[in-house]
Ligand binder design. Structure first.
Ligand code: FNR
Length: 179
């Protein structure tokens, strides 16, 4: 089984990218998880699309999604929403229009996120559900909301046991969901 985990943060020390890698590490070897970031994806611009087509970074991400039995969106929370870079990538991935269904339609999709704050990206995830439903994703009803990420992710790649257990439970439920 193969999943793709897309981190919505470009930051080098991103908690969300660390969460994506933690999911990959703990799901292995039963599931192979490809962790992807959104570096190199330009701002969506209809003129750019008309003149140059779909950027290579978008096509590469699309091919990873299409190869996956499960799509995991790992979203930071910016002002109670997913970050613009993540929404931008989702917008590109629905272009051209006839690519939306083969990329997202019916694809088992989980939504997770981490924040140093108290609410575990609950607001960003609630908003993202609307977008992912619009794309036709088959949405996993379980959620993984990591609060106080600064206390749970230690230096040198260590993680608190509490977080590892939380992630393990989510992986198990997503495995059952992706079949
Ligand atoms: C934030 N942050 C934040 N956190 C949160 O829990 N709710 C929020 O609404 C916001 N809003 C917000 C806006 C902007 C513009 C920034 C830059 C940050 C804090 C955010 O969760 C924190 O910076 C995380 O560390 C970002 O995720 P990564 O980069 O660590 O994955």
């Amino acid at each position: 089984m193969q999943w793709i985990a897309i981190s919505g943060s470009l930051r080098k020390d991103s908690f969300n990218t660390r969460l994506a890698h933690l999911i990959a590490d703990r799901a292995s070897p039963e599931v192979s998880v490809s962790v992807q970031t959104l570096h190199g994806i330009p701002l969506y611009d209809g003129d750019l699309e008309a003149s140059s087509g779909i950027p290579a970074a978008v096509e590469s991400l699309r091919s990873h999604i299409k190869a996956a039995d499960g799509l995991i969106i790992v979203t930071p929370e910016y002002n109670a929403s997913m970050p613009g870079v993540l929404k931008n990538a989702l917008d590109w991935l629905t272009r051209p229009g006839d690519e939306m269904k083969p990329t997202f339609g019916g694809r088992p999709t989980g939504l997770v996120g981490a924040t140093p704050g108290a609410w575990g990206t609950a607001f960003a995830q609630a908003g993202a559900l609307i977008n992912l439903r619009q794309l036709g994703c088959h949405l996993h009803p379980g959620y993984l909301r990591v609060s106080r990420a600064g206390d749970l992710f230690g230096d040198g790649g260590s993680v608190e046991q509490k977080l590892a257990s939380q992630v393990d439970r989510w992986i198990e439920s997503f495995r059952a969901f992706t079949g």
